[in-house]
Design a protein around this ligand. Structure first.
Ligand code: NAD
Length: 294
């Protein structure tokens, strides 16, 4: 693609559009704004954008209160965040980071709609946890403009970002997104579009085996979490981590990886997690998952 230099981050003069203002979109918008980029936030639920901007503002105030940024820096970072009420308002974006529902068709449609709005040199990045970047990109007029930019939850605290190239992704685009992640204070790694990429592939058995232990009634979630934290050295046990991620998101990712590997039984989704999703017990974000919150 013309105008994209492999060895340079997106210049802060180019706006970053973040689509989806849930847990991940809000975190991505926060790190981009903190790094000096103008950010537009869009969500099909307008209230999610309002909440995300208010929450991010609160985070900047908190950081200023702790002396980790000045009050002036917090004010400037807040001023760099703008809501968008329609995709048509995103025409100036130099980079779009998508963090919407984990569904191939919905993501494909969003990027196809965006392609009619933005300039040809606008880069598209998907925060998908598991879906093939090659498949998402196949719906685009310019599939080379799309890469995965997979952040981890909570985005402001987790350094790792997987930069995922699909078969059609331009190496210069992957390079630009890699350097942009560096400019946002992250620790990016390049990888290829394989189901679950690296981290979610490795993490599937962590969740799946814990859920099998629970299914066999061998131990309670709190016991399993404590063992993994204290004996295994993990920062979070599998059940508290699933509650943080959100069961709707985690279940969708497991289903996606399971089908992508031609229903390999190693990746079979858990009926326990399906029940939690059906009940609306999505974890921290809904106040109840394996544990109760608030
Ligand atoms: P979330 O449910 O908190 O937020 C998703 C947001 O997207 C919602 O506010 C929803 O209204 C909005 N949305 C849905 N469809 C939309 C559309 N067509 N256009 C615009 N907005 C739309 O979910 P999340 O946890 O932030 O996850 C978002 C993405 O990030 C998913 O692809 C997920 O797999 C990925 N991800 C999640 C985690 C995690 O730990 N939760 C970690 C890494 C990646």
């Amino acid at each position: 693609m013309s105008g994209i230099n492999q060895s340079q981050a997106l210049p802060p003069s180019r706006t970053v559009a973040v689509i989806g203002s849930g847990a991940m979109g809000a975190g991505i918008a926060q790190v981009a704004a903190a790094a000096g980029y103008s950010v537009q936030l869009f969500d099909t639920r307008a209230e999610a954008v309002v909440k995300a901007i208010a929450d991010i503002g609160g985070m900047f105030d908190k950081l200023a209160g702790k002396g980790r940024m000045t009050a002036a820096e917090a004010g400037a970072a807040k001023a760099r965040l703008r809501p968008a009420s329609a995709l048509s308002e995103l025409a100036e974006a130099g980079l779009v980071v998508e963090a919407i529902v984990e569904n191939l068709d919905v993501k494909r449609k969003l990027f196809a709609d965006l392609e009619a709005v933005v300039a040809d040199d606008c880069i598209f990045a998907s925060n998908t946890s598991s879906i093939s970047i090659t498949s998402i990109g196949a719906a685009l007029r310019l599939p080379q403009r799309l890469v995965g930019m997979h952040f981890f939850n909570p985005v402001p605290l987790m350094a790792l970002v997987e930069i995922i190239s699909g078969l059609a992704s331009d190496a210069a685009v992957a390079g630009c997104v890699y350097d942009t992640a560096l400019a946002w204070g992250k620790n990016p790694v390049h990888t290829k579009s394989t189901p679950g990429f690296i981290v979610n592939r490795v993490a599937r058995p962590y969740y799946a085996e814990a859920l099998r232990i629970l299914n066999e009634q061998a131990a309670e979630p709190a016991t399993i979490d404590a063992i993994l934290r204290e004996a295994g050295g993990f920062r979070m046990g599998p059940f508290e981590l699933m509650d943080l991620i959100g069961h709707d998101v985690n279940f969708a990712v497991t289903q996606s990886v399971f089908h992508a590997y031609f229903t390999d039984p190693r990746f079979t989704p858990s009926l326990i997690q399906q029940e939690l999703v059906n009940a609306g017990f999505l974890g921290r974000k809904s106040g109840r998952g394996f544990y109760r919150y608030g």
